[in-house]
Design a protein around this ligand. Structure first.
Ligand code: AP5
Ligand code: MG
Length: 224
């Protein structure tokens, strides 16, 4: 059975990364998180990392051309042949149109855009307590989704850190950019009839069951 080609859509801190990781496990398809790829390039001081760092630090979008080139290359990898989850892409109408062209070329239509809906107050609560693993990118929350041992990654035992762009003034900037440049592209996908609204305020304990129910509702098949 063909697996789905998904976009997970939502504001900064809405739970895209957390939910994509659960969905990727259920469906056994790769999660392609543009922000994570950029952060890993910044950590390794690659030319791409040097190019994108100043945009990310300010909470601004990386130029479309740079992101589109990176995603296009990533989607050509063999692990994307049978389904994928795009987390954090597209974020502008120009990126959405570029993605349409890439997917047309690959003969892979978008199966669903999962739109995570959450209040601004909850976003602030979530990003202000977020901890991330600098090695494997696993995401936690100090109180709402804590690691088993304080400040240590459950998966790879690396000490956890905060994200530099989670400083309160940068979060406000990211929210503003989301509302002005990213939210409007939902119309593009609504016109295709592929948007599925998902309330994102459910607690982390209920996340797996919630994502399993979503997979079922959309008519996809869990890998196991
Ligand atoms: P990116 O890394 O994509 O950040 P973002 O969109 O701002 O979203 P976040 O990663 O902050 O949040 P999330 O929705 O993944 O939430 P999470 O699961 O972590 O992008 C960063 C930057 O990269 C951009 O600002 C831009 O500069 C650049 N960039 C990336 N893509 C780009 C593109 N396409 N074009 C241009 N520039 C681009 O959850 C948040 C917190 O809540 C965590 O602590 C988590 O543990 C907790 N949590 C989640 N769900 C639950 C729950 N159900 N219950 C309790 N806690 C929960
Ligand atoms: Mg994320």
């Amino acid at each position: 059975m063909q697996k789905p080609n998904l976009i997970i859509f939502g504001a900064p801190g809405s739970g895209k990364g957390t939910r994509s990781a659960v969905l990727a496990e259920i469906l056994e398809i790769p999660q392609i998180a543009t922000g994570d790829i950029f952060r890993s390039n910044i950590k390794n001081m690659t030319p791409l990392g040097v190019k994108v760092k100043s945009y990310m630090d300010k909470g601004e979008l990386v130029p479309d051309e740079t992101v589109v080139e990176m995603v296009s290359e990533r989607l050509s990898h063999p692990d994307c042949k049978n389904g994928f989850i795009l987390d954090g892409f597209p974020r502008t109408l120009s990126q959405a149109e570029a993605l349409d062209k890439i997917l047309k070329g690959l003969g892979k239509p978008i199966s669903a855009v999962i739109n995570l809906v959450i209040s601004d107050e909850e976003i602030v609560r979530r990003v202000s307590g977020r901890l991330v693993c600098p090695t494997c990118q696993a995401t936690y929350h100090k109180t709402m989704n804590p690691p088993k041992n304080p400040d240590i990654c459950d998966k790879c035992a690396t000490p956890l850190a905060s994200r530099p762009d989670d400083a309160p003034e940068t979060v406000l900037k990211r929210l503003e950019v989301f509302k002005s440049s990213t939210l409007p592209i939902l119309k593009h996908y609504e016109a295709m009839g592929v948007v599925e609204m998902v309330p994102s305020e459910i607690s982390s304990a209920g996340l797996k069951a919630d994502m399993e129910a979503l997979v079922k509702r959309l008519g996809f098949k869990a890998a196991k």
